[in-house]
Write a protein that binds this ligand. Structure first.
Ligand code: FAD
Length: 494
């Protein structure tokens, strides 16, 4: 057994872990990343949002490398969803927060994207050890986490002590439970995804050929993500009760789901399924919406999927992972420099991450509510009903507790969600029938405005750096980002 000491030990080298590792190493801290796999490794979650590309990746110094990687450019999303039988398109370019040259994202093969992010963390000064699986948390004195034990690729055991243990190990490791509280699974979003890869699928007409295509159908919805001119990621999200059917013969199950959905059938008419290499397997993921009731305890922080995850329909996973990596890095940097008390810095972290998660949660509830199909079990279960009222209410309270008091304007949560969803559906309709495809009404709807706001801020700060307008706190008595974006400062009004 070897014993070492670092300032920060990060468990997991996915987008959350590599963001945090780079941004703490950039402030000169001694950072170790322990990653169980050897990169490049497979991961799902290929459709990005602009805030990751132009906000976090810019702060990380990855803009050029990403542009040179040749990932398909995603101008937005095209949806066959809601009342309208024809597909409609949502492009980032009309958002008041992100218009101009930063109004796009990429569709990425995660094996390549995650490797690029992890290599960057190494370049910024973090020590990265692959093939090293963390097996336990080391408890310190007075309830403080003090480090981790891990096993390296040769099976040797090691102990690392650190002032902060960051769990960025995604949705599968068990380490998160050591933070205390519990992981609560969402009943509303309870679904299951069956996915694979195809060569030779059709593309949307230019200039939207790099868009994600999301298609609602009786049993759920499909994603269709172009990863290269010929490779496409295709997944069906269906109700959880279908798990058994799908376990048997995945090939048949996916073919049957595709046959149920005319648009996806048409797009895949001349395509063949990839059956070898990292994309050869048909995979299943289930129960993928949850949140931990605490995101930190003294000496330990959860980021990315280790803390929470909400349904993939609007491609928010990597945004939430990298954004939480940035927020937690600011908190750690502020504590290690002696500028802020741990409780103050980590309370800011948790409040901001919960708020962002909650804003997406609410947007996605509205998004599902917008699609109506009276005869479908899947779509009936996705309605804001009396049965899921309490669960949704508790989430919205969670957002309300940390954001503006706007929530109290309408009497009930379900009523408010319904009206926001109707407002969003009306905006979609207005855009769809307009001659010029002007998207402003969509960006004016409350849920879309909320969901784009914080990502837009992150982009703005990353672009303008010290020239950015001084921030105001998100919460009364809260903190603001430092001019370089890497730590927190107390708010001092001019
Ligand atoms: P991960 O990417 O899971 O990285 C965690 C890392 O920790 C892994 O590399 C793992 O090997 C390592 N690790 C685990 N245990 C240990 C251990 N004990 N010791 C050391 N290392 C360990 N997101 C999007 O943005 N766009 C999408 O289109 C999208 N689609 C999705 C579709 C589905 C069906 C699902 C389920 C998710 C989707 N997501 C999407 C979400 C996305 O996959 C995740 O949110 C994102 O990968 C989270 O990043 P992370 O860094 O928190 O975790």
């Amino acid at each position: 057994m070897t014993f070492e000491e670092f300032d920060v030990v990060v468990v997991g080298g996915g987008p959350a872990g590599s963001t945090l590792a780079a941004l703490t190493a950039m402030r000169g801290h001694n950072v170790l990343v322990l990653e169980k796999e050897h990169f490049p490794r497979y991961q799902i979650g290929e459709s990005l949002l602009p805030s990751t590309v132009h906000g976090i990746c810019r702060l990380l110094g990855l803009t050029e490398e990403l542009a040179e990687a040749g990932f398909p450019v995603k101008r937005g999303g095209t949806f066959r969803w809601g009342a309208r039988p024809e597909p409609w398109t949502f492009s980032f370019s009309v958002s008041p927060h992100i218009s101009g040259p930063t109004s796009f994202a990429y569709q990425v093969e995660r094996s390549r994207f995650d490797e690029l992010m992890l290599k960057n963390a190494r370049r910024k000064g973090a020590e990265v050890r692959e093939g090293c699986a963390v097996t336990a948390l080391i408890e310190g004195e007075e309830g403080r986490a003090a480090g981790v034990r891990y096993t390296d690729a040769d099976g040797a055991e090691h102990e690392v002590r650190a002032q902060f243990v960051v769990d960025a190990s995604g949705n599968r490791s068990r380490l998160y439970s050591k933070v205390g509280g519990e992981r609560k699974y969402s009943d509303f979003f309870r679904s299951l995804a069956l996915f694979g890869y195809f060569e030779g699928g059709k593309r949307l007409p230019a200039p939207n050929s790099g868009n994600i295509l999301s298609v609602a159908f009786d049993s759920g919805w499909f994603w269709y993500i172009p990863l290269s001119p010929t490779l496409t990621s295709v997944g069906a999200v269906v109700r959880r009760e279908m798990a058994e059917k799908i376990q048997g013969d995945r090939e048949k199950a996916l073919a049957a789901l595709i046959a149920e959905c005319p648009l996806i059938s048409e797009y895949l008419a001349d395509a063949t399924r990839v059956t070898s290499g990292q994309y050869g397997e048909l995979r299943i993921r289930k129960d993928y919406s949850y949140h931990q009731t605490s995101f930190w305890r003294p000496g330990m922080i959860l980021i990315g999927d280790a803390a929470c995850f909400v349904d993939p329909v609007f491609s928010s996973g990597v945004h939430l992972a990298t954004y939480s990596g940035l927020l937690a890095a600011r908190s750690i940097n502020s504590v290690l420099s002696g500028d802020l008390d741990e409780k103050v810095a980590l309370t800011e972290y948790e409040a901001r991450y919960r708020r962002e998660y909650g804003v997406f949660y609410e947007f996605l509830v509205s998004f599902y509510e917008m699609h109506r199909d009276e005869d479908s079990y899947f779509w009936q279960a996705k309605k804001v009903t009396r049965n899921n009222h309490t669960e949704i209410e508790s989430f919205v309270d969670l957002v309300g507790g940390v954001s503006s008091g706007e929530q109290v304007l309408t009497s009930s949560t379900t009523g408010r969600l319904r009206s926001r969803s109707a407002e969003f559906a009306a905006a979609v309709e207005e855009v769809a029938v307009s001659d010029d495809g002007n998207m402003v009404p969509m960006f004016k709807s409350t849920v879309v405005k909320q969901v784009m706001a914080e990502g837009g801020q992150v982009q703005m700060r990353a672009m303008l750096g010290e020239d950015a307008e001084p921030e105001v706190p998100l919460f009364p008595g809260g903190l603001v980002a430092s001019p370089d974006g890497l730590s927190w400062l107390p708010y001092r009004p001019a």
